[in-house]
Design a protein around this ligand. Structure first.
Ligand SMILES: [Zn+2]
Ligand SMILES: [Zn+2]
Length: 279
């Protein structure tokens, strides 16, 4: 059976745990594949790793890979923000590309900071949530042309504080059309989209990203997906995994991507364990 998480943060960025603590927790929870994806250095992101931190992060992940060889497969990744791409893909086994910020009215605003901050963004768009969504998805779609990016992080992050629909409707045809155009570009470029349970772990949402309609659309377009917990706290390493696998199955998927020493490969959904393999 496969149990994988490729989206993991540590004390080198905004996570709570050391690399070693995270690995031990993963082994205890029966994970077979663990990828680290610290926030790459980014001038506007106060959660990002410093250049010095990045060097220590890479060293720690490599050490852990050797130390725990035979118990769990460990991969070195990075979560790059669109605003500051990695200078070279070379040290990394995989790269997650994410959009965390939007520039509006000459200001750089965080999309995943708080409901208040999201409200301010919509205000800067003159109260027009759809204009925000259009800009957001047009930007995310640009990652189709980022060769270093394997996985697109939290596709509809702009809905983080909007599960109650207070900013905009998930079913508005204009909103869906912006999101679908973005999915078309990313799937067309062979990017992997993640089902991300991070906002569930932090209590912001009940469902993972992307929202169900979009997940079904990804399936319809033949898109490739995987399941990640965007883990910032080792206790939440497998947060919502069982429920998410169910949602993925109901959306029509029969496979997900898994990272191996030879790169990504597609594996049947039945091979993925929802429950912890070790009691
Ligand atoms: Zn992120
Ligand atoms: Zn993340």
């Amino acid at each position: 059976m496969i149990r994988q998480n490729l989206h993991t943060h540590s004390i080198y960025c905004d996570g709570k745990d050391t690399i070693d603590e995270m690995v031990r927790e993963a082994i205890g929870k029966g994970f077979t594949v663990l990828g680290f994806s610290g926030h790459g250095p980014c001038a506007v992101d106060e959660c990002a790793m410093s250049e010095e931190g990045l060097a220590s992060y890479i060293r720690d992940v490599r050490e852990a890979r050797e130390k725990y060889r035979g118990q769990i497969r460990i991969f070195l990744g990075i979560e790059e923000d669109m605003m500051q791409r990695v200078p070279s893909r070379a040290p990394y086994d995989f790269v997650i590309g994410s959009k965390h910020f939007i520039t509006v009215g000459g200001q750089v605003k965080s999309i995943d900071y708080s409901a208040d901050e999201s409200r301010k963004i919509v205000e800067l768009y003159g109260g027009d949530f759809l204009a925000f969504a259009r800009d957001y998805y047009e930007d995310v779609a640009k990652m189709a042309d980022f060769p270093e990016v394997d996985i697109i992080g939290h596709l509809d992050l702009l809905m983080k504080f909007n599960e109650d629909g207070s900013f905009g409707s998930f079913t508005n045809p204009d909103y869906i059309s912006c999101a679908e155009k973005c999915i078309d570009a990313l799937v067309g470029a062979g990017k992997i989209l993640e089902v991300n349970t991070g906002a569930v772990a932090r209590g912001y949402r009940k469902d993972p990203y992307p929202e169900r309609h979009l997940l079904s659309y990804i399936r319809k377009k033949g898109g490739k997906i995987l399941l990640n917990s965007d883990c910032h706290d080792r206790k939440m390493l497998d947060c919502c995994y069982r429920e998410s696998l169910e949602m993925i199955r109901k959306s029509g998927f029969d496979s997900m991507m898994v990272l191996t020493k030879d790169g990504f490969r597609e594996a049947p959904l039945d091979e993925f364990a929802g429950k912890a393999l070790v009691p």
